[in-house]
Design a protein around this ligand. Structure first.
Ligand SMILES: [Zn+2]
Length: 389
């Protein structure tokens, strides 16, 4: 049943056309994709699909066939085979051009810390789309880079200098503490002595042939607290969104004490993805003045289900604390499905509220603009003209 808003007012128009700020995404993969490569990028799993499964019979797959297929001149709900054939005929460049133009994103904030050299970076994304793009620096990737050129005793201060330098050209920092250790980490700032000792143990293990993957909890705390002390906007991975997660250790309520300790620091904490902890994240966004949240990857990877996720995000969090993001990685389809799913979901929920006379038409339109664009510009201290520049 479709609910008709009172007096015919609807947010559908503004939600469909608003130029969005995508506050968390990665670049598009350049070059042509064969079926296995497409399928690998269409899931957060790092396993190939088992026999009998198709990437087109998933919530994302049906969303691609419904929303992206018509943009490639196919009928809505085209089959996966038809879709991939048409994709190959058009070529990746043209597919990227069409899907990103239709996504209506004015500004991309791009995390370059995961296979960044295999993806289009901020400049290339901007050139491919005509939209603006800014870089987000991944703390753990920068820490690993610093470790290659540093001693254990120097690691702590060398990381502070490196982040200071990178934050001059980056718009935010990103933490993957959730799956390098867990959000249930000691929330306090480690002392310089603890950092040097931990760096010694970690570097010695790496020198003996261990992985140079920064996962020591003391060092992870040092990275995060350095970003806090630089008063940065810090994106924190929460919940779904990576194959390395142990889900129950990615629950943002485990950050409560850290959020208490950083409340007056000047840093802002952006909880990313949040599924299935959207309610927990919403509560934290209400309790703490410096906490924001999005539903990014869950909406991009879901079809019809995204409506329920968007509805949950609007339960208790102040509307000024909600951000739009696609968390798209590699496939241009993810930007399109993320934006289209959000545009559809937000207007359906707000139109229900309009129909019940819980909000007025001017409020409904304002909330779409806040969540889709203005909250991110304010939270990251950015400016953007209406034409996206
Ligand atoms: Zn991401």
């Amino acid at each position: 049943m479709t609910v008709q808003p009172a007096g015919g007012a609807s947010t559908r128009g503004v939600a469909a056309t608003l130029g969005l700020v995508d506050h968390h995404c990665h670049g598009v993969v350049p070059g042509e994709l064969d079926r296995p490569s497409f399928e690998r990028l269409a899931t957060e799993s790092d396993w190939p699909l088992p026999p009998g499964c198709s990437a087109f019979d998933t919530p994302l797959g049906v969303s691609v066939r419904a929303r992206c297929a018509p943009l490639l001149d196919l009928s809505r709900h085209a089959s996966g085979e038809e879709y991939l054939d048409r994709r190959a005929t058009l070529g990746s460049r043209e597919v990227t051009r069409r899907l990103l133009a239709a996504s209506g994103i004015d500004l991309f904030l791009i995390d370059t810390g995961f296979h960044g050299s295999d993806l289009l970076g901020p400049e290339a994304m901007s050139a491919a789309t005509g939209a603006a793009a800014r870089e987000v620096v991944r703390l753990e990737a920068l820490g690993e880079q610093v470790a290659r050129e540093s001693t254990a005793a120097r690691f702590g201060p060398a990381f502070v200098e490196a982040l200071q330098e990178r934050s001059r050209r980056c718009v935010a920092a990103k933490s993957i503490l959730a799956y390098r250790y867990g959000l249930d980490v000691d929330p306090t700032r480690p002392s310089p002595g603890e950092v040097a000792e931990a760096a010694g143990r970690w570097l010695t293990a790496a020198d003996r042939g261990g992985p140079r993957r920064l996962d020591h909890p003391v060092l992870l705390r040092h990275l995060l607290w350095t970003a806090v002390e630089l008063r940065l906007a810090i994106q924190v991975h929460v919940g779904y969104g990576d194959p390395d997660i142990t889900l129950h250790r990615c629950d943002p309520s485990q950050l409560t004490e850290f959020l208490r300790l950083t409340r007056d620091s000047g840093a802002r904490i952006m909880l990313l993805h949040c599924y299935p902890f959207i309610r927990e994240a919403g509560i934290l966004a209400q309790l703490f003045p410096h906490v924001f949240l999005d539903t990014s990857s869950a909406v991009s990877h879901s079809g019809a289900g995204s409506l329920a996720l968007i509805r949950e995000s609007l339960e208790v969090a102040p509307f000024s604390k909600l951000l739009f993001a696609s968390d798209a990685y590699g496939l241009p389809e993810l930007y399109l499905c993320g934006t289209a799913g959000w545009r559809d979901g937000i207007s359906r929920v707000l139109d229900e509220w309009l129909a019940a006379d819980l909000i007025g038409a001017a409020d409904a339109e304002r909330y779409v603009r806040m969540i889709g664009r203005d909250n991110a510009l304010r939270a990251y201290g950015l400016e953007l003209q209406e034409d996206g520049r």
